[in-house]
Design a protein around this ligand. Structure first.
Ligand code: MG
Length: 383
């Protein structure tokens, strides 16, 4: 695919932005997949804005949309390329401009050893606070790069058993009973569904899905409930209908109400909006019984792995989730999935213009590719 075709395909609004390299469209042949004889060369970061097109309009308690902007990244060393991504749904503070601005400030060419990930990420962290998705796009690319240079998938480098990946849920957004019924039937291959609630049609949503399937359901309220007594009644009602856990039932600021709910709830209560990075984790003890870790919130694979270790020590349940993302970021998160209780890694399945191929779902279960790094290959030439 040439540049013109790519821009047409991606709906690209902004020009390519490059840091420390001549052109993001420069071709360098197929990614080497064998163990690489490491010599070391200055790291070269490239990035490009891209617009993901959703297969269906996606509605949750707070908004509805049909596209998601992302920034795709690439870090090159010794001719080997590692890929990353920042996904930027509009309800978060970061956007394509903020990510481009942040990445433009980075001088990764001062490093010539991509295995020094801790040093490189310390430097990136020190450039500016926040910018979690931008930092995730660097971290994912570095982890992909080191895996490719070692000729090993990340899960193997982390010592994880690929047979222990969980089933992934598939998300059903808030919609009319007809559409919900249709989407539930289309989600045939998934063994568990995640249902968005919190817009006043909760019982109707669940009853509609239950008229089609008796699969286990995860429920995500996206902070949509406001009364804790009513929330508890609803959780008991949901428990009778095969729901596994309740995600972010009330606004994250209502910590005491959520703590009360968690104490009384017969189902695990999982933090999502209440949790961004590692610094938010310890204060959740006693207020939630589980956490939803997403690479875009916590800054990437390296931080997610640290958070998983800490959450396990806190005896909390762990869900690994994602935004609407290409197979790049979703496959990166999937590398950690053998360590978690539940996975909601369907972000790539919700878009119609994925540029990568990575994890697959077989009989509802995540299957990690037997490829080095995060395990992706380009379906469309991006860089
Ligand atoms: Mg959520």
């Amino acid at each position: 695919m040439n540049k013109r075709e790519f821009i047409k395909y991606s709906g690209l609004a902004m020009g390519a932005v490059v840091a420390g390299t001549s052109s993001v469209f420069a071709s360098s042949g197929r990614q080497k997949e064998k163990k690489h004889a490491f010599k070391g060369s200055a790291l070269k970061l490239s990035f490009i804005p891209f617009e993901l097109k959703l297969r269906h309009a996606f509605t949750i308690a707070s908004n509805s949309r049909t596209t998601t902007p992302v920034i795709l990244t690439m870090i090159e060393c010794d001719g080997v390329r590692g890929y990353g991504e920042a996904s930027l749904p509009p309800y978060l503070v970061e956007n394509q401009k903020s990510v481009s601005d942040f990445l433009s400030k980075l001088n990764l060419s001062q490093f010539n050893d991509p295995f020094l990930i801790e040093d490189i990420l310390d430097y990136v962290e020190g450039v500016e606070p926040g910018n979690h998705a931008a930092k995730a796009s660097v971290d994912i690319a570095l982890n992909d790069l080191r895996g490719k240079m070692m000729g090993q998938p990340l899960y193997r480098i982390f010592g994880l058993n690929p047979d222990k990946t969980p089933d992934t849920s598939f998300t059903i957004g808030i919609d009319t009973p007809e559409v919900v019924r249709q989407k539930t039937m289309e989600a045939d291959i998934y063994k568990v569904l995640k249902v968005k609630l919190g817009r006043g049609t909760d019982k109707e949503m669940i009853e509609t899905i239950r008229s089609v399937t008796d699969k286990p359901l995860y429920v995500d309220v996206n902070q949509g409930w406001t009364d804790r007594e009513q929330a508890l009644d609803m959780i008991y009602w949901l428990k009778e209908r095969g729901i596994v856990f309740i995600e972010q039932p009330m606004p994250k600021e209502r910590k005491d109400d959520i703590g009360w709910l968690t104490q009384k709830s017969p189902l695990p209560v999982v933090a999502d909006e209440a949790l961004q990075g590692i610094e938010d984790l310890l204060p959740l003890k006693g207020f939630y019984s589980g956490i939803n870790i997403k690479l875009m919130k916590c800054g990437g694979v390296s931080n997610a792995l640290k958070m998983i270790r800490i959450a396990r020590a806190m005896d909390m349940k762990i869900l690994v989730g994602c935004m609407t993302e290409t197979s790049c970021a979703v496959s990166a998160a999937a590398q950690l999935s053998p360590l978690v209780n539940w996975a909601d890694l369907d972000g790539n399945l919700l878009i119609g213009n994925d540029v990568y191929e990575g994890l697959t779902v077989v009989d509802g279960k995540i299957v990690l590719p037997d490829r080095p790094g995060i395990g992706i290959v380009e379906k469309v030439k991006v860089f």
